[in-house]
Design a protein around this ligand. Structure first.
Ligand code: MF3
Ligand code: CO
Ligand code: CO
Length: 277
């Protein structure tokens, strides 16, 4: 790395490239992310009343698309590398990138809904877990600890910390509860781009990685398995499942590093960040 061109201060209007640099943003960019993040949160808030036994994941996708468009945004996943849907719906042993379809939710399911409205050029990327009807204690515990992992990671996000401090804190918390941290998928820088530098790994050594600086935007999105961390890809090329078929959970926020900590762009305006809702 050598320290050369690790960061790039970007103006609010210029086109940015996926050139491996970590972008440092100004106040107008924070305002753009605040709006995109708020729309993501409002969409996820609306899922609380929709996620019921009998509802299909395609119906969830339809509501996400309509709410995204009504909010003046477009779903960033629609047409992204051939993905043809407005959100990801990851059920039970699906780790991430579950494809909406005709599967109906049933009592005892856990599901992650991941949305990314692109509003006025800014990406608001967030996901939450939802419990369908009566969910067994072990699954509820997994969902709870996964939410704690996200928030423990966010607590580390402040100027002067290293990116690895976030992954180290998440990994320590998950492993204390004998849960597996997925290694194959990471959080990511975002802003005008959907997926940008840096890669935000959820298992790391404290004190490693780039220093966090005010103006950095990135997601934290730990995927935590009830069993081992291993991943298997399904033949559709998208759906990632747990190799040992154990349950998996994930929460995601988009954040911006401020002068004294961070701002969560995708916090729920209704306080519906954590189940039970
Ligand atoms: N929203 C996902 C993320 O958190 C990315 C989904 S890409 C898709 O980064 F194509 F699978 F939708
Ligand atoms: Co993301
Ligand atoms: Co996402």
């Amino acid at each position: 790395m050598g320290g050369m061109n690790l960061y790039q201060t970007v103006s609010d209007t210029e086109t940015v490239l996926r050139d491996g640099t970590i972008k440092l943003h100004g106040p107008a960019a924070f305002e753009g992310m605040r709006k995109a993040g708020r729309l993501a949160a409002e969409i996820l808030d609306a899922m609380v009343d929709l996620v019921k036994p009998g509802v299909t994941t395609a119906q969830i996708d339809d509501v996400v698309r309509q709410m995204t468009l009504d909010g003046g945004a477009v779903p960033a996943t629609l047409g992204y590398r051939g993905f043809a849907h407005s959100c990801c719906t990851s059920l039970n042993n699906v780790i991430c990138h579950g494809i909406p379809g005709d599967r109906a939710l049933k009592d005892g399911d856990i599901i992650n809904i991941d949305v990314t409205p692109l509003l006025d050029g800014w990406h608001g990327d967030s996901s939450r877990m939802y419990l369908v009807g009566d969910v067994p204690l072990k699954a509820r515990r997994l969902v709870d600890v996964t939410y704690e992992c996200l928030m423990i990671g966010i607590e580390k996000a402040r100027p002067g910390a290293r990116l690895g401090d976030i992954g180290a804190a998440i990994q320590a918390h998950a492993e204390k509860h004998r849960l597996g941290v997925v290694r194959e998928f990471c959080g990511h820088g975002l802003g005008r781009l959907f997926h940008d530098a840096p890669e935000v790994v959820h298992a790391a050594r404290a004190g490693t990685g780039p220093e966090l600086k005010p103006g950095m935007f990135f997601t934290i999105e730990p995927m935590i398995n009830l069993g081992k961390p291993g991943v298997r890809m399904m033949d559709d090329g998208w759906t990632a499942v747990t190799r040992d078929r154990s349950l998996s959970a994930q929460f995601e926020h988009s954040i911006g590093i401020t002068e004294d900590g961070c701002e969560i762009f995708t916090a729920s305006p209704k306080g519906l960040d954590r189940p039970p809702y």
